[in-house]
Ligand binder design. Structure first.
Ligand code: ADP
Ligand code: ZN
Ligand code: MG
Length: 510
């Protein structure tokens, strides 16, 4: 198979995503009063409605409809005042009723969009049909077809086979606690043009939903899941090619890599004169390839028809306005505010604003700190704490970091009391021990030496020991100073202030 970059010269990928999100923050299921919890003993949160007993009648969950309207407003959708539920019929033990209750041609939310800011290496995956900024980044508007309300199926566990698959399994277990969980499905228009754009869309949507507080959006635990539809067309042509649908894209990496593989596979098929079949394929992470799961089923196969047990919906204006009033500040607006108020770099502001737990921490810190400290605080959060927490298997939401600790660390860095490398060490200790940064610095004897009289002898010593580098510097190779600073840092056992070393070296070698 050809590399992606080579394929992209001749072919244009067309990608559309279908993203399912469980509304995990609600108290109860979609059509009954059963408790929403996946951690409970299996099959304890069940009742005649979600077990599909004959004669049991569904009652829609108002809070779930408020959540989907919130999702629609946050993604620029039209909120449809009149819609109804349908039955999607199928036989499988994960849905005891033998149908899933979902929405028909008209969903609660239709015709939305999100703007993606694409920058960095991934921005090269798109051909040059966009306006780029000086760094090669661009903005792409991605249409949203609809967001509809439906319900999740039960969870099945296949025992005895390979990889938990049903193939070759001895028996299967079913947990109906998940059956009837409120689920919203967002379908994008086929507007995405690269695996990177697909990944960014998913990331942005996740940030929005987290900010709205409608789900815990865990791709790992399956509360947010994504299917990727992808086809190729020759560059410069309009007509859409035949698509395949990819399943099991349950991480940002899988989403990107699965689509990348599939684009390369389709290009090979087409270039060899073959045809792409419309089929569902499984992304196998262990072998890094996609395998056929099933060929296309049509709407007819599901015998869709209006749900006779639920009255059509007419959402009153007051309902929609009440929900609109609850919209929090969204990540894009927050990003712009951080740039305007704190002078942060756009990419940094975007990263802070994207995660509500991070944004809250940043704002708590800034409520107590001088505005000039903002960039250092942003650096501490993005460059130090994010990595440290990841390595410790924690997140900003679960960690018990306080705003005082983060401010303390930023102040130590901003005043040159410690070096940035020491800053990382303090961040680590802070997460592990929960101690104050100033105390950690004192206990470990880390305070950076910023006293010229203490550093000057070290500088003289290094200059004497490195005549070759000094000559190169004087000969016009300014970069060599980096090496000399390194030698000074080493000689001071990491405690000397590198900025001061730089200054002293430059003075002495001038
Ligand atoms: P289906 O009939 O398979 O359900 P839909 O038209 O409902 O297909 O679209 C499902 C998803 O596939 C949407 O996200 C849509 O944007 C995307 N899609 C539709 N046609 C194509 C295509 N030719 N290539 C890539 N994606 C497509
Ligand atoms: Zn129930
Ligand atoms: Mg469809």
């Amino acid at each position: 198979m050809k590399e992606l970059s080579e394929v992209l010269r001749d072919w244009e990928p067309v990608i559309g995503l279908e993203i399912h999100t469980e509304l995990t923050t609600l108290q109860t299921k979609m059509f009954c009063g059963c408790r929403l919890s996946h951690d409970d003993e299996p099959n304890t949160n069940v009742c005649p409605v979600c077990l599909g007993m004959p004669g049991a009648l569904p009652v829609p969950n108002k809070a779930a409809i408020q959540s989907i309207v919130l999702a629609g407003l946050a993604t620029n959708c039209d909120i449809m005042r009149h819609s109804m539920f349908y039955r999607k019929n199928y036989f499988y033990p994960d849905m005891a009723k033998n149908f899933q209750t979902t929405q028909g041609p008209i969903a609660f939310c239709m015709n939305g969009w999100l703007d993606l800011e694409v920058s960095g290496p991934g921005s090269r995956e798109r051909a040059d049909d966009v306006t780029r900024d000086e760094d090669g980044g661009y903005v792409a508007r991605v249409g949203i077809e609809r967001i509809h309300m439906e319900e999740d199926a039960a969870k099945m566990v296949h025992v005895g086979g390979v990889d938990g698959r049903i193939d070759g399994a001895e028996y299967s277990l079913i947990d109906y606690n998940r059956a009837g969980t409120p689920l919203i499905e967002l379908v994008t228009k086929p507007d995405l043009r690269s695996p990177e754009e697909a990944r960014l869309f998913m990331e942005k949507l996740r940030q929005i939903f987290l900010t709205l507080g409608i789900s815990d959006c865990s791709m790992e635990n399956g509360s947010m899941r994504c299917d990727g539809n992808v086809s190729l067309r020759r560059r410069g042509t309009e007509r859409l090619g035949t698509k395949t649908e990819l399943k099991n894209l349950n991480s940002f990496k899988s989403l990107h890599d699965g689509l990348e593989y599939e684009i390369r596979r389709q290009a090979e098929v087409l270039e060899e004169g073959g045809v792409v079949y419309q089929e569902t394929r499984h992304w196998e992470t262990s072998t890094r390839r996609t395998l056929v799961m099933r060929t296309k089923e049509t709407a007819d196969d599901y015998r869709f028809f209006p749900e006779p047990d639920l009255a059509p919906f007419d959402l009153p204006d007051a309902f929609v306005e009440e929900v609109r009033g609850r919209l929090p500040e969204l990540p894009d607006a927050r990003r712009d505010r951080y740039v305007a108020t704190f002078g942060l770099r756009r990419a940094d502001a975007r990263q802070l604003a994207g995660d509500p737990a991070v944004a809250e921490l940043f704002e708590q810190v800034m409520a107590q700190a001088k505005p000039e400290l903002a960039r250092t605080v942003a650096n501490v959060i993005i460059n130090d704490l994010t990595g440290v927490l990841n390595a410790a298997g924690q997140t900003f939401a679960t960690a018990s970091l306080t705003a005082d600790q983060v401010r303390g660390l930023a102040e130590l860095l901003a005043s040159d009391a410690i070096t940035s490398r020491q800053g990382r060490e303090v961040a680590e200790a802070m997460v592990q021990t929960g101690e104050d940064p100033a105390r950690i610095v004192d206990e470990r004897g880390m305070r950076q030496v910023s006293d010229t009289s203490a550093l000057a002898p070290i500088v003289d010593q290094v200059i004497a020991a490195c005549p070759d580098q000094v000559a190169q510097y004087r000969g016009g190779n300014a970069k060599v100073i980096g090496y000399l600073i390194g030698q000074c840092m080493k000689a001071s056992r990491g405690k000397g202030n590198p900025k001061l070393f730089n200054q002293l070296l430059a003075e002495r070698m001038a």
